[in-house]
Design a protein around this ligand. Structure first.
Ligand SMILES: Cc1cc2nc3c(=O)[nH]c(=O)nc-3n(C[C@H](O)[C@H](O)[C@H](O)COP(=O)(O)OP(=O)(O)OC[C@H]3O[C@@H](n4cnc5c(N)ncnc54)[C@H](O)[C@@H]3O)c2cc1C
Length: 558
């Protein structure tokens, strides 16, 4: 019989062995040309070589925890379990995991089965001064699940895998209540027989959970149409060390400040979200993707702004900047659209050269992908409306192939990171959001900051970006950067780039995170965003609901 609590992902990377996205010939060539990379560089160490401290839980605490979760089989401290709960999936997490050094592993992992058992675990941990790190899918990219113990003597990871499932559906009100540990694919599988969808598809969809989404204010790839998770969560139930916090599944309320908002994005520092009631909607009959070439990033952003503000935005909207477009072109597998886009970009580059601007010989232009859900009639109408607006901004239609290819591979990028890291590539992402007025300046500043920081360490780098979540007042920017790994100094190399980008974001008055959350990596930037009084207010709430400070030390609140 398979172990229901076995790790879902391989301990050092994404997914399970054998699911790696192979690197195509053109991708290998690109790595060689752009980053100067050759063959295989760095494979993960064996699990036995990962450095772990001895588990520090005393026998009394262990016995009480086992009692709280229905038996010793639901409290585990074997090597594999501890390592798989020691880190999330950011680049520095993967560097630590693959090198087997510098990990903060939990002393044990506990697997409660329901809200009451979670409350019992918190009571035991408060009594024995044990830190608790809530663990959903462990896909955090900001150090959110790192098992830091703070000033406490021990730390447990509280894995929500057993709190999984659909508890209730009210199709009439378009509401569905899930256990916090329910994984993305299970959400859609369980809603399917009811003809419903949540429409929340972060790139980490396969391995992230409902509770994790709510605790980090996640945004899915279709958030422009369906809304971020904070717009989809109607009610929450949470266990805190001081008791239960829950909110009503009502459509709106004027009963004071919204406690639902307090729990959304609380990243496990206040308590454990055990149940989430979500707004769901009828599963769309069809989906269609269009791709367009745009004259440049600024023109593309203007077109998206107009689409959004005119109420004509698609459900999925992505605008790649020139660099991301250039790279996707080099790696693309849809020849007709590629030819069209390449011709378009070469023509634009030729025009700007003829106009005397010879600063950049590279093809100019950007690609945007728009995805529409609905009935065939609805989709036809929406596509035509969007096309009218885009054409006013110089768009040229590229057909459906690039969008369909993106949709097919929408979760593949996560698998590619492991392959790239083995080839010696630093590959990391970061994201932010700002107003439409500031968007292109922020794009320029963060790109420059990342490029300069990586160049200072004498590593060739590629910095690219896309817009992927639209709002009437602004949009998010999502940066990906690649460089040659500085073996042995990878964390310092990453830190230099991250620091430079964070400074540029903060100086521009943009948010330090649009959807990855704060965790450990962004905690020192929170005061710049919410002010000293804002931080003190959060500290005061935490002191009331978590008086012994056991909940996720070192995360969110500096
Ligand atoms: C390849 C990749 C792609 C990604 N793509 C996206 C994306 O498209 N959009 C996006 O928003 N994010 C994305 N992320 C980030 C990450 O997947 C999200 O933050 C996600 O919401 C985390 O869910 P999880 O279940 O894995 O939570 P975890 O990683 O387990 O936890 C995240 C944080 O929430 C806390 N937490 C988890 N569950 C609970 C709970 N039930 N109660 C209280 N606290 C809890 C944890 O302690 C931690 O601080 C991506 C990450 C990776 C690695």
């Amino acid at each position: 019989m398979t172990d229901p609590l076995a790790p879902r992902m391989r301990w050092w990377g994404w997914g399970v062995d054998g699911h790696d996205a192979p690197l195509t010939r053109s991708a290998s060539m690109l790595l060689r040309e752009e980053l100067g990379l050759g063959g295989v560089a760095a494979l993960p160490v064996a699990l036995e070589r990962v450095a772990l401290a001895e588990p520090a839980l005393g026998p009394a605490a262990s016995a009480q925890l086992a009692g709280a979760v229905g038996g010793g089989e639901n409290v585990r401290d074997d090597r594999l379990t501890r390592v798989t709960h020691a880190a999330g999936r950011s680049y520095p997490d993967l560097v630590r995991l693959r090198s087997g050094a510098g990990l903060a592993a939990p002393d044990a992992v506990v697997y409660p089965a329901d809200h009451e058992q979670v409350a019992s675990v918190l009571a035991v941990c408060a009594e024995h001064a044990i830190a608790v790190v809530p663990f959903g899918g462990g896909t955090s990219v900001v150090g959110g699940v790192e098992a830091l113990r703070g000033s406490l003597s021990a730390v447990v990871s509280l894995d929500l895998a057993r709190l999984s499932g659909l508890h209730d559906v009210d199709a009439r009100s378009q509401l569905a209540t899930f256990g916090a540990g329910t994984l993305g694919p299970d959400v859609e599988r369980l809603l399917d027989p009811h003809g419903l969808t949540l429409g929340h598809f972060p790139q980490s969809f396969e391995f992230s959970t409902v509770g994790g989404w709510a605790a980090t204010r996640s945004a899915g790839q279709a958030s422009t149409g369906y809304g971020r998770i904070d717009e989809l969560v109607v009610a929450l139930r949470a266990a805190t060390p001081s008791g239960e916090l829950s909110t009503l599944p009502v459509p709106a309320s004027a009963a004071g400040p919204d406690l639902r908002e307090l729990l959304l994005g609380s990243e496990g520092v206040l308590g454990v979200i055990t149940e989430v009631t979500l707004r769901v909607r009828p599963r769309p009959q069809h989906g269609h993707y269009d791709a367009y070439a745009m004259p440049g990033f600024a023109a593309g952003a203007e077109a998206l702004r107009e689409l959004e503000q005119a109420g004509a935005a698609p459900d999925v909207a992505r605008l790649s900047d020139e660099e991301e477009t250039r790279l996707s072109l080099a790696l693309a597998s849809h020849p007709a659209a590629t030819r069209l886009l390449r011709a378009y970009m070469n023509a634009r580059a030729g025009r700007s050269r003829r106009a005397g601007d010879s600063r950049d010989e590279r093809p100019a232009g950007c690609m945007t992908i728009l995805g529409f859900d609905g009935t065939p009639a609805e989709i036809t109408l929406r596509r035509a409306g969007a096309r009218r607006i885009l054409r006013r901004h110089g768009a040229v239609a590229l057909g459906g192939a690039p969008g369909a290819a993106w949709a097919k591979g929408r979760f593949h990028g996560a698998y590619l990171r492991d392959v790239l890291m083995s080839r010696g590539v630093l590959v990391e992402t970061l994201e932010t959001a700002t107003t439409w007025t500031e968007l292109t300046r922020l794009h320029r500043d963060v790109r420059a900051a990342l490029g300069t920081a990586l160049a200072q360490r004498a590593t060739p780098a590629v910095v690219m970006c896309h817009v992927s979540h639209l709002y009437p007042t602004g949009a998010s920017l999502y940066f990906t950067f690649l460089a040659r790994r500085q073996m042995g100094a990878e964390l310092a190399q990453w830190q230099a780039a991250k620091q430079a980008a964070s400074e540029a974001i903060s100086a521009a008055g943009a948010t330090i995170t649009h959807h990855h959350a704060v965790g450990r990596d962004h905690a020192s930037w929170l005061p710049a965003e919410v002010g000293a009084l804002g931080v003190a207010a959060l500290q005061a709430v935490k002191a009331r609901v978590d008086p012994t400070g056991i909940m996720n030390p070192g995360k969110l609140i500096p």
